[in-house]
Design a protein around this ligand. Structure first.
Ligand SMILES: [Zn+2]
Length: 182
């Protein structure tokens, strides 16, 4: 693919993703988080690596990792974006998985749903996020209570759909309850 084409295709992917996350974040009661979601993807470090590895059907970050063993874009991204649980992981702490604050936890849910909807396209169904999460959760370095909460949220979505589950009151209540568990 020509460089200029990859440039604009990647720009479109980022814009489209941000718009979908924005719409979901409004439902979740965090419009500002939705508005500023993933802005670091426009930084040169993140943007140009992803243009270089753009194919349209695979994650450029994954392709960079396969090519040179790591992705500078990802290291840059997770170090600045609090909606990634990797941001909150500090191996030097006695409890390395710092609990994600509510607003970033909700932004992560919106981000995950948006990614699933985009990558699955017509094949997306409300059960998708739960089955994906079940495959990756054992490797996630996230507070156990938040892991359980994600399982609960994605299970509810698999039964009732996004609109019934992704609202401010429900998410806030579930988060509060899950934190009482200790
Ligand atoms: Zn992100």
């Amino acid at each position: 693919m020509k460089y200029l084409k990859k440039f604009f295709k990647h720009l479109h992917t980022v814009n489209k993703h941000r718009f979908l996350v924005f719409k979901l974040c409004i439902k979740a009661g965090i419009p500002w988080r939705g508005f500023v979601h993933d802005l670091s993807k426009y930084s040169p470090t993140e943007f140009f690596e992803s243009v270089k590895y753009y194919t349209g059907d695979r994650s450029p970050i994954m392709l960079a990792k396969l090519d040179i063993g790591y992705s500078k874009a990802w290291l840059h991204h997770k170090g600045r974006n609090k909606h990634h649980y990797e941001y909150w992981y500090d191996y030097s702490l006695s409890k390395p998985e710092v609990v994600m604050p509510l607003k970033y936890f909700k932004e992560m849910v919106c981000d995950n749903l948006a990614a699933g909807i985009t990558y699955q396209g017509k094949n997306w169904s409300k059960e998708y996020q739960l089955s994906y999460w079940n495959k990756v959760k054992d490797n996630a370095r996230m507070d156990e209570r938040l892991k359980k909460l994600l399982t609960k949220i994605y299970t509810d979505i698999s039964i009732y759909g996004i609109n019934k589950v992704l609202n401010k009151k429900n998410l806030n209540t579930l988060y509060k309850e899950s934190m009482k568990g200790e």
